[in-house]
Ligand binder design. Structure first.
Ligand code: SAM
Length: 354
């Protein structure tokens, strides 16, 4: 199997000229967040994300020459900054498997007024946290689905122990990154019994755990609605043990709903992508490792930006192209999700960037 199993639109004729007004899509949503995937490869084979049966030895990942260089990514990030992007998240695949990632962090950290962060499975953080922090990375999100070693190894399907990720989190904290966010995807019958232990492990540490509803991204994980643990249930479970109070969002369009421990021991977040769709405030755009734009995590089609980038496109031409893609955007997949749409062929998260 190969990674490119979905259509990519490409406009090789000039896009309509961008008039400089703030971008708004067809539903009036602005552009604020950009997720940049730096690789489609990962050293984990999480059963719900990159199941080994599909992502095996024969799987054809993107060839190196198709992947954007750090300089190409930095140029695009600068252009996106000019279009109103305030936050950039580096992701993948597993971003830390991309060689010398700290170099990209250094280039992006130079861009003015950009909130830069990175999502990682944490397994390589011990080695890299120092270099990443030195290059300008101020905070990080680490995915960790259980503190129970057997469960965690079964989920990552690559025999990585929990201890390795915990060391990575400590290394990031020691390097000065804060706040550290810890993402746990909760799947019914797999790790829903581990929610309270996860909350308790990080309560009072300054780190923020975020519980994510299991989503129907991609087409390889056999998603079923029955597997989803609604966020309301998670808040109830933790709230029965520790009193929780709702907290205001940090900014409009923030994906996590924040809950504060009433005793001042910090906060948790829940991301209810399935039970409480937040399409109406979605201001995110994704750039795949090979330079295609995706206007929705559940998109079935991307838009090739690399062609213009590699064929002498000026900044102005690239601005026009991005503006045209955003202005045409009408995605609201999570609001119209049904059992039928969930079966549609969608792009894998490891490709598009989580
Ligand atoms: N490798 C990095 C990591 O592990 O964080 C970045 C990429 S990963 C695709 C980003 C996040 O997406 C992880 O927290 C992962 O658990 C989450 N994820 C993957 N598939 C998911 C799904 N079907 N539903 C919800 N979250 C998912």
């Amino acid at each position: 199997m190969t990674q490119k199993v979905f259509p990519i639109r490409s406009s090789r004729s000039p896009a309509p000229v961008h008039d400089g007004r703030p971008l708004a899509d067809t539903l009036g949503r602005g552009l604020r967040d950009l997720r940049i995937s730096v690789t489609d490869r990962c050293n984990f084979r999480c059963v719900y994300c990159m199941p080994r049966e599909t992502f095996d030895h024969d799987f054809k990942f993107l060839p190196h020459e198709e992947i954007l260089s750090f300089e190409e990514i930095a140029r695009l990030a600068r252009i996106f900054g000019g279009l109103g992007v305030k936050k950039v998240r580096i992701t993948g695949g597993e971003p830390l498997v991309r060689r010398d990632l700290h170099r990209l962090v250094g280039l992006l950290a130079e861009l003015p007024a950009l909130d830069l962060t990175l999502t990682t499975n944490g397994s390589l953080l011990v080695k890299q946290a120092g270099a990443l922090a030195k290059a300008g990375l101020k905070r990080v999100t680490v995915s960790l689905d259980s503190l129970d070693d057997a469960t965690f190894r079964a989920i990552n399907d690559a025999d990585y122990p929990v201890a390795r990720v915990l060391e990575g989190i400590d290394a990031a904290a020691a390097a000065g990154m804060a706040p550290i966010k810890i993402n746990m995807v909760v799947k019914r019958g797999v790790n829903d019994g581990h929610v309270l232990a996860m909350a308790e492990r990080w309560r009072g540490t300054g780190h923020i755990v975020r519980f994510i509803e299991y989503m129907d991204v991609g087409s390889t994980n056999g998603w079923r609605m029955d597997d989803v643990v609604p966020s309301a249930e998670i808040v109830r479970t933790i709230g029965e043990r520790y009193r929780l109070e709702p907290a205001e969002p940090n900014y409009t369009g923030e994906v996590a709903e924040r809950w504060r421990y009433a005793d001042g021991a910090g906060e948790i977040g829940v991301i209810s992508s399935v039970t409480q769709a937040f399409c109406s405030s979605c201001n995110r755009l994704r750039l795949s490792a090979e330079g295609s734009l995706f206007t929705c995590l559940f998109a079935q089609q991307g838009h090739d930006l690399k062609w213009r980038l590699r064929h002498g496109g000026s900044d102005e031409e690239i601005v026009n192209e991005i503006a045209a893609v955003w202005r045409a955007r009408g995605d609201r997949y999570s609001e119209i999700r049904t059992a039928e749409t969930a079966k549609a062929r969608k792009i894998e998260m490891s490709y598009i960037g989580g």
